[in-house]
Structure formats: C-alpha cells, structure tokens
Design a protein around this ligand. Sequence first.
Ligand code: SF4
Length: 340
Amino acid sequence: MTAVDVRPPLVETRSLGKTFDTRKGLFGRLLVRGRHLIQALNNVNLTVDRGTTLGLIGESGCGKSTLARVLLRLQEPSRGRIIFDGEDITEAGPPRMRELRRRMQIIFQDPYASLNPRKTVEQIVSLPLRVHEKLARKATRDRVADMLERVGLKAAHLNRFPHQFSGGQRQRIGVARALILKPEFVICDEAVSALDVSIQAQILHLLQELGRDLKLTFLFISHNLSVVGYVSDRVAVMYLGEVVEIGPARAMLVDPRHPYTQSLLAAVPRLDAASGRRRTLLSGDLPSPLDPPSGCRFHTRCPHVMAHCRVAAPPLGELSAGHSVACHLYSGQRPAGEAS
Ligand code: SF4
C-alpha cells in the first residue's frame, strides 16, 4: 500500500489524551467511590503519511479502538491535538466535522452487528451518499452497484438483506459502505478479526487493492501482529494507552526493540519452534487503566525491569530513522552500575 508523498502527513496526533470519568452515570450521578478516572489514551504522538498504512497493535483494552473513535471525533479528546490534512480539527464544530467525516471513514470489526438487519444492501451502502450528496435515486443506485462490484459483490445483491450473506460478504458490504463517499482516510478497527483465516486473507487482499486504486490512507487496528505486519508500511505498538514503539513494519517484525513488542512477536505461533530462537512470553494481565503502574506502565510484566523503571516513565526516543521506542534500556537514563 506504499506510495511516496512529500506532503505533510494526512493525519497527526500531538500529545493526544483521553480520560473517562466512571462516576458519570445517567444525570451525572456519582456511581463509584475511590479511583474513577480511566486514562484510556496518554500522550499519543502519531503520524499517518498519505497513501500508506499505519498498523496499530496491542492487547484488548489497550486503547486502540478509543484512539480510532477520538481521531474521528466520535469521542472528544481530553488533551492534545488532532491534525487532519494540515488542519487542526480538535475543536472543529459540527458543520465542519460533517464536511470532514466524508473524508474519514471506519470499517468495524463485527460484520454481523455493524449492519442493520432490517435494511437492504442498497439502503445500507447508500446511507452516507443520501446524507452527504443527495443524488437522484438512479444515480445513487448506480453508485452503490458500482461500489458493490468493486468490493467483489454483484449489483444483483442490492435488494438482499445482511442475513442472506456470509461473514466475508458482510464485511465486503461494510467496506463498500465505508468507501462509497471516496474517503481519503480509512480506519479498519479489527476489520478482519471476526472472520475465518481464509476469508481474512481475501478481505486483506481486497483492502490492499482498493488502497492502491483509490489512493487511500489506512490506520489498521488489530491485536494480530501477523495481520498488521502483512498490510502495514509502519507499525505502532500501544500498551495501556501509550505508544511504546513505532517503526517501519519490517524492522518491527524482524528486530523489535521494546520488551513488550518482543513479547507480542514471541507469542505468534511459529512452525520452526525448534529453531532455538529465545521466546520471552508475556505473563499476567494488562493492569487496570483505573490504576496504571507508576513509571513505565509495562514494568509489572517486563522481564528487564530495573529499579528506576518503577518511578520514571521512559520517553519515546528515536533509535534510528523513523524507529522510536519508549524504554529505559535505550534512553540512556539507566544509572551506572544498576543490574538489569
Ligand atoms: Fe522494561 Fe524498564 Fe523498558 Fe519499561 S522501561 S520496558 S520496565 S526495561
């Protein structure tokens, strides 16, 4: 999905943060005592270059989907800035966001839940067109039929309902709905996770093809490192709401530097298990974002933890061109003589 472009990144986040207040129930009533702030995103700095795919990986609950929703302003950020095509859209009002939304779309994980079972394929895919372009009925139908063909379905499917399709076909309908307005930026939020492996490959291939043809820029979110590595130009790894490593996909897959990325890679099943390569498997669960660990958030599970990891958060520092990591092993902050 690579195409060289010298313009500034299409999407950029600067120190982006999102905090949820769990006390706020219906009518703002106090629901819980004690700790109540969930830090879902903390100081997230990312760029997505035009015509490229940034893969975003991390365990369930690490903040990936929150980032997707905040980027599209479906949820409001608590801190930081969101820049889209050079414009700061962090506080853009509803009319401006409505204009921008046609350029930014999302494909959801669950092709069963994300399609209205009472609507036909034509009604589902044409909805964004009806909202944003208000074309005549025939022109709308032609656009939808054309898009269905592009995603590997047929015009004959226009009057069918979602339950008449397989999982892979439903996800193709989801792709058609996301692309019908010819967006520039598409977020795939676990878009193939609910599909069988063989169908996953078909949808990934379709997304790559459409990305090339329509010059799309993707943020591809998944908990599957193999899938992300397959489709991405660059990969960012997120842990408990923070980006801990980002770099070219190949470097991230062949020589990951952050202990968390190394653990994720080690967890991928390999046929050459007897090759002798050392595997550091992750133990324990993701800590609660209600009470994140002090210092480096990964220190409670890190096999290389040092004393100061527990008190000082490592900054995201560049190791080589385009490859940055947040870890004291590389930040030069390690006190002399301390054992790892
Ligand atoms: Fe491990 Fe310390 Fe690096 Fe965190 S900063 S990943 S605890 S070595």
